[in-house]
Every structure is written in structure tokens, then in C-alpha cells.
Design a protein around this ligand. Structure first.
Ligand SMILES: NC(=O)c1ncn([C@@H]2O[C@H](COP(=O)(O)O)[C@@H](O)[C@H]2O)c1NC=O
Length: 536
């Protein structure tokens, strides 16, 4: 048996995004539904010849305060919230001349778009919708009697329902759930904007809380699309946009290739965040969210060749990121190996023509590079809640380094150490990186023991040398970076055995003295950064 349908008699349309408005109003009019509407929406309808009554005529109260108060009156909210099945509600509505409103269609002031356009704070604040969310929430609360629409994407199904005799209770309840999710996300965006502004001015609230991490945190996102599956085939997944326009996946256009999977998105984000650390032309190859080759050079061609040399075996099926426009010659080189995704700020026409030959290869163009110094939160779910922390935007500069050994590093060792430490920030802990000539030559990632990471990285250097037809491991004469301090001298000894001549690490172990002594004994240079880059 089909559920009873409710045909509306009066609808209120108040929309910022006028898309689909005329079709919706036409369908309502065709069913004899009276339409009430606010300023700009009413004007659009009237100009198209749709019969419409201004809200101000309906309420007998003008829109005031530059539109800050249009619908915030009892004749609107009473008409939406009054329960038709409660005699006292009906009686009070009659007493106060409040006519029932059975459909509320509102879409809100474009707050996120206003912020993203770089508008000044005053304009952002004026784009905080107050009356709209109030009506959506009133209508959603009274879903028993009222149908609520908050997006043009809902109009077609609603028009179909109208033509079938009205909405069912189940349909109204589902629309109410969407409306509450929509207003919650809208408010979360606003609170995030306020918190960010407060944090930027180093403000604390009256309880001395750091407003970077507010007492209550709501995550807002709009589902961009369902993904085929999650990390594994039995997991469901979707990508939610948070409204920020940070250069990267959110701003990227996909120029070709299959749809991006969950793992593609995760790995591509890791690759692009790492390549954005460098100002020289740089190439990054990522597998399973860890880099397997990173290099800077005078050109992208040079950088790509050096990055690939680090671990050509792992690079197969990798995600490749560049921080300069991808040109034809580089595209030609990259397309010689099987690659899943390429991401770059720009892809030239010549490069596009070359990459088009690889039908499955996904190519993304972001339009720009993000700043590695950007603030913001990184969030991780754990059972019973989530952990929030400020993004790791730490950047160690040469001035902050403390030389702790008898031997000073040479200028080229110093440059390579800073390069390697920057890479280490993007490698799962424990991370040990060997680098030479602004290129990684061995990466050890994600081991439970730092000595194991050092050994794995050294073995990678041996394998890479063999693949390149060289006798000496690539780690010979390199520098090494460790994401956290060496707790014992054994990790450092392993790095020295691999051929590193200089080491960069945070320092801070209670056995630093032993570690420094081992470095001095081997005659290598070692610097402390005072900053750790764990990544889990
Ligand atoms: N102030 C109010 O009472 C109020 N009532 C509706 N609005 C918003 O005004 C907009 C539509 O305005 P117009 O129809 O004038 O283009 C909608 O986004 C709606 O959410 C309001 N504006 C903001 O708070």
C-alpha cells in the first residue's frame, strides 16, 4: 500500500541560487499552490510571469535592515512550525492570522564562495544567512506537515512527487534530514572561519582556550562523489569537499584517465604536499603514501631522472607530482614507466598530447601550488572521537641548525641535509633518508626500529646503484636525515656504515652524548634541528 501523500497549498521560496527556480515555481503553480517569496526571488518569478506574493505583503511587515530581517517574523515561522494535528496550534494560528506554509524552499547565502573569493571580512559576515537556516530548521522540525528543500538538486524529485499527488511522510523526513545536515555544515563552515581568524590573531577565549582548537569542533563537508570503494574493496568511501580552495586535489581538473580511487586520492595528496615543500624544480614519486624518489634540479627533466634513480623498482605504478608546469619532454620521460597518476600545477598542450596515449593514466592540473606554510588542522579518527592537531608546517632553516660535532658540515652537505630533512617530514616514521646532490638516494619508511629504517634505506641505495650499473652504493658520500632523534648510537653507526658523511636529526635523546661521540669518532658532521617530524 502506498503511503498517503500531502498536497501543499502554500509554498515559500527564498533562494540565493536561482537555478531551477522557475521550473519549481511552475510545477507548484500548476497544482494551484500559492507562492510567497522574498525580494530577489519574487522579482525573478514575477519577471517570468509566475504569480507570486511578496513575503512583506503576506506578513504586513517590510524587509528591513538591508535584508537582515525578511522572514524572521511569527507569520512566517508560525506558519511553518504550527502543527496541523494539534487543535490549540490551529486555534492560535487563526487567532493571530497566521496562514500555514506547507513547502519551504531555501538555499542559503553563499558564505563559502564569498570567503573563497577573498572578500573582506565585512562582506563575509553579510553573507552569513540567518533567516534562511531558521526557516530550513523550522520546516525540517515540522516535517510531519511541511516539505523542506535546501538545494536545486532536490527539485526534480519534488516536482515528480507533486505530480503524483504530493510528498509522502518518508520523503519529507528524508528531506528534513538533508536540511539539518545542510544547516549544520553551513554553521560549521562559519565557526571554522571565525576560529581561523581568531587563531591568526593569536586570540584565546575567556577560558584561556587556544581557539585554534575550539571547545567544540564540527567537521563540515559536501560529498563530491562516491568512490568505487575505500582502501579495500569491502570498504565504502566518498570524497567530501570542505569548501577551502587550497591548491591541490580540491582545485584540480582531471584532464584524462579513469576515476580516481580512494588510494589514488590519498597518495596524490601526499605527493603534492611533499613537492610543494620545494622552490626549485622538483619531482616526487609516491607509493602507498610514502615517497620512493624525490629530487630537485635545474630543470624538471633533471629532477625526474634523479628521483626515478632512487628506487626505479618501487616507482612502477607510482603517483608522480611536479611543482612546475609539466612540459612535453618531461611527459615523454614519465610515460616510459607505468604510472597511476600525475599531478602538476599546469600541463602544457604538448605534454597533454603525449600523455593522451596512456588511456588509463590519470592526469591532474591544479592551477597552482599550495604554500607549505599554510595553517589549519589535521584530523584523524580514533575510537570514540577524533584527534585534531595543527598541520605540520614546520620548516627548519639553516640559522636554526646547531652543529654538535667537531667537524662542521660543508655547504653542499648542509644543502643536502635540509633537503633530506624536508623529505623526512613526509615519510612515515621511523624515517631515515639518504640524499646526495638534492636527490634522495635511499628512503627507509615506517619501521618500528630506526636501525631497520636506516638499513632498509641503505639497501635501497645499493639496489639503485646496481640498477644504474654502478659499483658503489648511492649512499656512499651522502648525507642522512632522521625524522626523530637516535635513541642509541647504533642507528647512527648504521648510517655511517652506509657511507653518510653528515647527519641531520632533531637531537634531544638522553643519550645524545653517546651519539655525538660516535659521530666524532667517525669524523662525520652532525646537526640538530630541535624540531621533530613524526608522521603516522
Ligand atoms: N533575514 C531574513 O529574514 C532572511 N530570510 C531569507 N533570507 C535569505 O535570503 C535569500 C534570498 O533572498 P532574495 O530572495 O532577496 O534573493 C535566501 O538565501 C534566504 O536564505 C534571509 N536573509 C538572511 O538572513
Amino acid at each position: 500500500m502506498s503511503e498517503q501523500r500531502l498536497m501543499p497549498r502554500r509554498a515559500l521560496l527564498s533562494v540565493s541560487d536561482k537555478k531551477g527556480l522557475l521550473a519549481l515555481a511552475g510545477a507548484l503553480t500548476a497544482q494551484g499552490v500559492e507562492i510567497l517569496s522574498t525580494g530577489g526571488s519574487a522579482r525573478t518569478l514575477r519577471e517570468a510571469g509566475v504569480p507570486v506574493k511578496d513575503v512583506s505583503d503576506h506578513t504586513g511587515f517590510p524587509e528591513i535592515l538591508n535584508g537582515r530581517v525578511k522572514t524572521l517574523v511569527p507569520w512566517i515561522h508560525g506558519g511553518i512550525l504550527g502543527r496541523r494535528d494539534v487543535p490549540s496550534h490551529r486555534q492560535q494560528m487563526e487567532e493571530h492570522n497566521i496562514a500555514p506554509i506547507d513547502v519551504v524552499c531555501v538555499n542559503l547565502y553563499p558564505f563559502a564562495q564569498t570567503v573563497a573569493s577573498g572578500a573582506d571580512p565585512e562582506a563575509c559576515i553579510e553573507n552569513i544567512d540567518i533567516g534562511g537556516p531558521a526557516m530550513l530548521r523550522s520546516a525540517a522540525k515540522n516535517f510531519n506537515d511541511v516539505t523542506v528543500l535546501c538545494s536545486p538538486s532536490q527539485y526534480a524529485a519534488f516536482i515528480q512527487a507533486l505530480e503524483a499527488g504530493g510528498t509522502t511522510l518518508a520523503e519529507r523526513r528524508a528531506l528534513a534530514a538533508s536540511a539539518f545536515a545542510h544547516t549544520a555544515a553551513y554553521d560549521a563552515m562559519i565557526s571554522e572561519w571565525f576560529a581561523k581568524r581568531e587563531a591568526e590573531s593569536h586570540a584565546v577565549d575567556e577560558l584561556d582556550n587556544d581557539l585554534t582548537l575550539p571547545p567544540s569542533l564540527t567537521l563540515a563537508g559536501t560529498r563530491d562523489g562516491m568512490l568505487r570503494y575505500g582502501e579495500n574493496a569491502h570498504q565504502k568511501a566518498a570524497f567530501y569537499r570542505d569548501g577551502s580552495q587550497r591548491y591541490g586535489l580540491a582545485t584540480a581538473s582531471q584532464l584524462q584517465g579513469k576515476a580516481l580511487s580512494y588510494n589514488n586520492l590519498n597518495d596524490t595528496d601526499a605527493a603534492f604536499s611533499l613537492v610543494a615543500e620545494f622552490s626549485e624544480p622538483t619531482a616526487v614519486i609516491v607509493k602507498h603514501a610514502n615517497p620512493c624518489g624525490v629530487a630537485s634540479g635545474a630543470s624538471l627533466t633533471e629532477a625526474w631522472k634523479a628521483a626515478l634513480r632512487c628506487d626505479p623498482v618501487s616507482a612502477f605504478g607510482g603517483i608522480v607530482a611536479f611543482n612546475r608546469p609539466l612540459t612535453g619532454p618531461v611527459a615523454e620521460l614519465v610515460s616510459q614507466i607505468f604510472t597511476e597518476v600525475i599531478i602538476a600545477p599546469e600541463v602544457t598542450q604538448e605534454a597533454r598530447a603525449i600523455l593522451e596515449r596512456k588511456k588509463n593514466l590519470r592526469v591532474l592540473e591544479t592551477g597552482g601550488m599550495p604554500s607549505p606554510h599554510e595553517t589549519g588542522l589535521s584530523i584523524k579518527t580514533i575510537s570514540g572521537g577524533f584527534l585534531a592537531q595543527t598541520r605540520d608546517n614546520g620548516h627548519v632553516t639553516p640559522e636554526e641548525l646547531k652543529v654538535v660535532t667537531k667537524r662542521q658540515p660543508t655547504p653542499s652537505e648542509l644543502a643536502d641535509m635540509l633537503f633530506a630533512f624536508r623529505v623526512a617530514k613526509h615519510v612515515k616514521s621511523n624515517a631515515v633518508i639518504y640524499a646526495r646532490g638534492q636527490a634522495t638516494v635511499g628512503i627507509g619508511a615506517g619501521q618500528m626500529s630506526r636501525v631497520d629504517s636506516a638499513r632498509i634505506a641503505a639497501r635501497k641505495g645499493e639496489d639503485a646503484a646496481r640498477a644504474a650499473g654502478l659499483e658503489e652504493p648511492l649512499t656512499q658520500g651522502s648525507v642522512a636525515a632522521s625524522d626523530a632523534f637516535f635513541p642509541f648510537a647504533d642507528g647512527l653507526e648504521s648510517v655511517i656504515a652506509a657511507g653518510a658523511t653528515a647527519v641531520i636529526q632533531p637531537g634531544g635523546s638522553i643519550r645524545d652524548d653517546e651519539v655525538i661521540k660516535a659521530a666524532d669518532k667517525a669524523g662525520i658532521a652532525m646537526v640538530f634541528t630541535g624540531m621533530r617530524h613524526f608522521r603516522h
